[in-house]
Each structure stands twice: as structure tokens, then as C-alpha cells.
Unconditional design. Sequence first.
Lengths: 440, 433
Amino acid sequence: MADDQVVAKSEESQSINDNIDKIEDNEPPVDDLIKDKDYEQVDEADDETTMEEEEALPELEDPLREIRFLEEESNMPIHELMVMYGYSKNTTPDTGTKKKKKKKKKSSSKKSKDKKRKKKLSTSSDGVAEKRSKSTDQRTFVEGDSSNKMSEETSKENESVKEGEDCSNASQLLNLYMAELDQVQSEDEDEDYRPYWELHWKSVNVGLNFQALVTEELSTYGDVLPYENNDELLWDPNVLGEDLIEDYLTKIQQITKALKPKSKVVGVRDNEKALYLLVQCGHDVAEALRRMSLNVIPLEKSLSVWSEDETLKFEMGLLISGKNFHAIQKEVKTRSVAELVHFYYFWKKSDRHDQFERKQVSMRPEIKQWQHWDSEEDQDSDFDTSMFAENSHDDSEDSLNAAENKAQMKCLIYADRKRQVRKKATNNACSNTNTSTNTN
Amino acid sequence: MSNKRVFYFYNPDVGNFHYGPAHPMKPHRLSVIHSLVLNYGLYNKMKIYRPYRASAHDMCRFHHDEYIEFLQRVTPQNLTTYSKYLNHFNVGEDCPVFEGLYDFCSMYTGASLDGAMKLNKNCCDIAINWSGGLHHAKKFEASGFCYVNDIVIAILELLKYHPRVLYIDIDVHHGDGVQEAFYLTDRVMTVSFHKYGNWFFPGTGDMYEIGADVGRYYSVNVPLKEGIDDFSYSQVFKPVIQHVMDLYQPTAIVLQCGADSLNGDRLGCFNLSTKGHGECVKFIKDLNVPLLTVGGGGYTLRNVARCWTYETSLLIDEEISNTIPEHEYRDYFAPDFLLHPEVVTRQENANSKQYLELIVKHTYDNLKMVQHSPSVQIQNVPGDALPTEEFNAIALDEVDPDVRQSQVELDRRVDAPNEFYQDDKDQDSDETR
């Protein structure tokens, strides 16, 4: 129905104005309508003082600067904006008079100016109005009139008393919701003002390039199965009784023992390959046992024993390329990458691994640090959270930190504590030895 | 039969992939889980399937063919020739190109799809695929260790038979890929419980993301703060889900059991124990709706293995001992060798009681709108299933035997192979013998 609209929307860059929409729509619904009024009525009067202020500041004459300030304002967190426009958490829309709001607005805008110190806000009327009109124009049908709709419905349903209650509830939630975000902000208040919500809010993409095509009606498979390859039943416990299966497994065990006296056998366990064999034989125990005794299927196919030569090559590869199994495979030509990965997880818990560790450290002492973390990967009970915290907050280079945080949101891997600790460690030690660790 | 029919899908090769050096996602955890499941003797309560492998065609049901073609062709060797696409499809650090990438996608996606099909055919009540659950993947790009969104593809399959599908996500990360895919439809409701704020990946999952268009109010997001424990979690999870069930009444559920919401996860920051996590799974199971259970995140190998093994046992109603049995990966569970290790609280619970209450109320308020919105589902009369059968019945009775029928017509009423003939085609009827 709205395909054109959808495409057009998706092509729109995620400009600041989009974000403004979001913020405004996110506000508690009841406030919205009144807020509209507020804009028209209050801004005019309030404006003059700010204009005077503006005129007093020579640098504001520069239009580029002004735009920047406007942008800054648009980057303000929602609650600050709300405060600025006359909404504190206790305001119920019914009681607030025009004058009251005007006052509040003034004081709050001053407050925020103080907060931002030299970076003054411009609250010029045309700026706000412009922004307002822009934002209404650019309202997309996704977020579009969501709040209006909601407020309509709520006002229908609720009586005015209840309305106030709901509103305070909502703002209470908002406050709690923001509590954590506030913390972050207060930390770098003195530094360059960072519009944290720009990082926090990410709008949901809507359009042909994002949604799945959902048909409206149901359908049936018919005779043709909807897939090309087949699945395979490996085991069905419901055909034979439990004792029969147990009996079968015991017999299988005896056979395998006879075939391979060396292999250590541990109790009667479910043997998936033996069970699969049973399924293949149509749950005929006798036939399955016969085939097993002929040893038609090698039971330990996946872990055919690694030769000393292969293992050495594997370790060599690991030493040179780290856990880049694709590169190791070039070293150990007789095994596939899948086999290497499989082998690695057993090797890792073997004595050979410990020897390997020692050898490696003696050969390349500088990589000791990260290799340690790497090998401890799955035993991370001992990582130090304080180090993590330190890393993310006390970093003096704030801009760098900001960039990293931004990246963290785009990138799941950035949350990896070990990665951060390791990065720090390598940064401290030597800079150019870790090329193989952190990059592919 | 009181017990549910449980199908378990596992491809023995799916564990033998590696994302690359220092990457937290480890497909090998799947091998460890399978080994545990086997050695706990859970085999004797469920049917085991080696799932079929998804074709490119299957993946293109959701994803764009350009993207899938890229996944099919790219290898670590020819990476440089595709360099301009890497950025475009967001393949790189988070989602590296590794050996066998496409095979890996095809295996886990096939398993989820197979599970959905088995549910559709009413072969089973619960399908389990721990290899699936890669909920971040988008139509056009990879994201957060996920390349192909098996959940979306499985849900699309379920939608062939089910008018309403509910998706529940208990991964610590927001299920953004699935939400985005079904943001505009009311046939799928997505409910995600996740950590939100402080630049936590993927940055979406705000409580105001509620869906759009027809799908307005059909996306439910429950943003939580770090350190949430079992008690607080169930205090949010159970009422919200119960409310969703009452209002939406789904005919099938897909549950993403991301295990990174467990205590001590390498990337997560929640404080759930395996028991608390399992409690959610058990709660969903007891709703008695056809259920597809998939895995998801989980970056501390041994805890993921514990969690999903335990949850397998819950799904088949089998109690298992707290001691990890002897098996090839036993060393990974040192030093305690327990299924339910002690929870070491590293992060304080930042969710106040008040916050949780309010967030539940907020979701309630949005769900109210679901009730009020006109139900589109009622119009969803099963498409071809009934009409064709009716047509067959009429055709068989009323066809004039003297008039020649076209091959198309004859084909249209081909009987099922197991049909017992009672006409002149019947070769071994009682009369002729």
C-alpha cells in the first residue's frame, strides 16, 4: 500500500531531524498536544530575552555558528529538552498554566546553559519554529502521529484524574529509564558535550530492504516437500522398548571392545552411531549386531588418530598464525579445517597444550600477555572486572573513548572484556607485535 | 500420551567451524552440548534428526539474493576481490569470513527450517535446534556474529500453517533482526527481554519500539539494566508473557534461548543462573503451544553447554543429575564438574523493583492496544487446504463418466498413495478376488 512512501523513507538519511521526531514521539503521549500549544504561545514572549542575549554575543552573528548551536540543542537528551520546554516530572498537563510554564522554561534553559558553560544554547524562535516545522514535515509514517493516536485513545478511555496519574507514572518510568543514561552524561559534563542519546537511540528501519515478505493467507505443502535436500532420522526412541535398547547397547559395547581392546569403555552410554545403525537396519537388533560385528561402519571416524607429525605441524601452525585455522590448514595438509577445529578443542585440554604454552613463551616472550588471555578464553572466571571498568571510564582520551563506544554499539565484539583488556595490555607493552591477534 | 513429542535437530558437522582468532563466538560449543545431551542419556526421550541443509533458495525467502550469493562465494582466499562488498554487507570484524561460512549458515538455518516444517506437519510438539537462533542478521547484511537469520526463515515457514506466531527472545542482546523483519505485520509478535542502554549492542530495543503500520503494538520490548537476577527476571518475564498469551493467543511459539544472559558470560552482563534461565524455558513449554526452541548467543562455552543441556532435559521432562557425566569434554567443566555451578555475582542488580513494575505496566498498556485493534487474523481462513479437498469431493461424485476428462482435471484429483480404492482401479478388492 505505501510502498513508495516506504522506499522514500528508507532513502532518507538519518538526519538529526529524524532523531528529533523520535524524541518528541517518545514523550508521554498526553504531553504532546499541550506541548504544541506551548510552542506557539510561549516562545514568542520568551524569545525576546534570548534575542537580546544573542545580540549581546557577537559570535552569534555568524549564521553557521547559530546552526551549530541549533544542532546542539537538537542533540539534547529528551529529559533536558522536556525540562527546557516546561515539563518537569511532576507537571500534570491540566494544572500547568501558561505563565508557570514560561517561568519554568526560562529557568531551566538558564540551568542548562550553566551546565554547558561556554557553549550557550540559542533558543531563538525561528530556530525552534523551523525545527518544529521540519520535524513535522519529515514525520514518517512509522513514528508518525504515534503519540497523537495514543493520546487520543487514552483520553477517550481515561478520565482526567486518571490521566494525571498515568502521566506521572509514565514520567516516573522515564526517569528511572534515564537514570543510568544520566550517569554517563554527568561523567563527561565538563568535557565536550556528547549527545549521548544520539548513540542510544537507533531507529528501526522500515522499507522493502528491511522487512520480510509476509503473505496474508495460509497454505499447504501438498505432495511436494518444500525443500530440496532431505533430513535424516538418526534415532527414534519410541520403536523399541528401553530394555531392548539397553541390551543392544551392551552387546555393541562387547563387540567394540573385542575389536579394539585398547579403547577404554565407560559404562553403558548411549552410542549415537550404534543407535543410528539400529535405525538404518529398521530397528532389527540382530541385523544391526551382525553389521556391527562386520565392522561396516568405523565407529570413531571423526577422531581418527592424529600422527605425531600432524600434531607437530598443527602446533607449528598455531604458533605462527594463531588460531587462524585456515592458515594452519596450509601447514597440516592432511586434515580439513573442520578436523583441525575439532582436534583443537581436545588438544587444548591435553598435556601437549601445556608443553606448547611453555615452549611458546620461551620462544616469543613478547606475546606472552595476549597468549595468556587467549588460552584462558573459556576459563574466564578470573578476568578482572575492575580493569574493564577502568578501561571504559577513566580513559583520559575522551574522544577516543567516545569513538570506541560508538563502535561498540555497531559492533558486538567490542563488548568483549578480554579483548579490551588485551588491547590495553598490548598498548602498554609493545605496539607492533599484536598485528596477528586483533586483526584478521 | 502426556509427554510431548520432542524432535532434536543436530548436524554433527556444525560444531567444527571457527570464527577466527580471539572471536568470542564458538560454534564448537554445539559439539560440547550434543556430547553432554548424549551422555546424560537424553537420547531416549526424543527423536534425533540430522537436519536437512538450507539451500540458497530457502535463505532468499528472507534475505536478498545478492547478499546470499556473496555469502556463497566469499572465502578467506578470495576476500580481497570482494573487498568492496565487505562494508556493504557488514562483513568484517564482528562477522568475519571464515572457512566454510556458507556451509555453517546452511546447516543452522536448515535445522531451524526443518524444525518449523515438522511442527507444521504436526509431527512433533517441540523442535529443538541449539545451533540456530542468530537473531541479529538483517535482510541485507550480517550483524553481531549472525549471517543468515534462521529465525525469520523458520517463522516464515510457520506462517504457512499458523495465523499467529509469537517470538520470544531471552538473549541478553535485543532481537533486532527478527523484530525488524516483522515490524510491519501483526501475524508475528516479537517479544524481547534484553539489556538496553550504555551503548550496549545493538542499540535498538527501546521500550517505545512497538511496531508500525499494521504491526503497531506487535513488537514488545522489555529493556532491562545490567545485573538482573533470577527472581527479578521471572517477575518481569512471566507476567508479560502470560499477558501476551492471553491477548495474542499465538498458535506457535519460537523461543530464542540466548545463553549470554547467564551469569559470567563473556559478553553479557546479566546475572541469571542456569536454573533461572531454564525456568523461562519451562514456563514457555508449559503453555502447551507448538514450540520451536533455538539457541543464540552465549560466549562462555561451559556455561552455554550447561544451560542448553539442562533446558533440553526440561523440554523432555527428564530430571538429570547435577554431576556432569564422564564424556570427552569433561575437562571443560573443571573444577566443580557441576551442571548448576554457583552464581558469582559480579554485577549488582541495577533494576529497582519500581523500575521493573513500571516497565511491566508499560508493556501492559501497549498490549491493551492489541486487544482494541481489529483482529486481522480472524480473516485468515486457511487458503488452499480446504477448497481443493471440497473440489475433489464434488468432482468425484458428480463427474459424468461418459465425458472425457482432461489430464489436468485427472491430475487434480490424484488420490493419496495410501488411499484405499473402491472403484474400477481397485486391483485387490473383495469382489474381484
